[in-house]
Design a protein around this ligand. Structure first.
Ligand SMILES: Cc1cn([C@H]2C[C@H](O)[C@@H](COP(=O)(O)OP(=O)(O)OP(=O)(O)O)O2)c(=O)[nH]c1=O
Length: 202
């Protein structure tokens, strides 16, 4: 099996770090896709639509590669929360998440630009939040951390203090479910060895 060129279609430093930790060489190419979704069939469908869009947006720039696109969303009571647009949205999102359990879904799409074959899969984890007061939310929003994060928090950062428990893969919450990606790459004949210990560190 020939070595495949692997391209991560993402500007996310978290995705880059998690992919690097898998131990495979890769390049990063970014694009500026429109992240609005016209219609969807739940959070997995929503995240997969955007993951495909991100992969397809860079696919034309590489002729023989596996291009990886990903998108992470938070879902609670049927509402999908992406990255908050501003402070008010971050505050409102965190108020909704307080004291409740929500789902974090990452859609991954891997596109083979040599053949046009696309493989995709979504991973889901459940995150239970402590109940937090408005003052605590205000202080967290003022830290700036919520702005480029789905659901307006980062479990691996200061936002970890808001989290009571994570059920499922932590790397999925941070933006790249590595077990799922290993499976998708294996479908293209790229075998990535499993880590010695579960990937639970940010
Ligand atoms: C819930 C949660 C999300 N996130 C991040 C993961 C994703 O990077 C981000 C969701 O935004 P995404 O749109 O999925 O990704 P992105 O804009 O960061 O990068 P790109 O589109 O270029 O690939 O939220 C955390 O880092 N920690 C968390 O606890």
């Amino acid at each position: 099996m020939r070595a495949r060129r692997i391209v991560l279609a993402s500007g996310s430093p978290r995705r880059r770090e998690l992919l690097a930790a898998m131990g495979i060489p890769f390049e990063v190419l970014t694009s500026d896709v429109d992240e609005t979704v016209a219609g969807h069939d739940g959070p997995a469908d929503f995240a997969l639509q955007l993951a495909r869009r991100k992969a397809q947006a860079v696919a034309g720039r590489v002729t023989d590669a596996l291009v990886i696109g990903g998108d992470t969303v938070v879902e609670l009571d049927g509402t999908i929360f992406g990255k908050p647009a501003d402070e008010a949205a971050a505050f409102a999102t965190l108020g909704r998440l307080s004291g409740r359990a929500h789902r974090v879904v990452t859609g991954l799409a891997v596109l083979d630009t040599a053949t046009g074959v696309l493989r995709q899969e979504a991973a889901t984890s459940t995150v239970r939040m402590r109940a937090f007061a408005d003052d605590e939310i205000r202080a967290y929003v003022a830290s700036g951390e919520p702005f480029d994060k789905a659901g307006a928090y980062a479990v691996q950062g200061l936002g970890g203090r808001l989290v009571a428990a994570v059920d499922g893969d932590l790397d999925n919450v941070i933006g790249l479910p590595t077990r799922t990606l290993r499976r998708l790459l294996a479908g293209f004949g790229v075998e990535v060895s499993a880590p010695q210990a579960p990937a639970t560190q940010a």
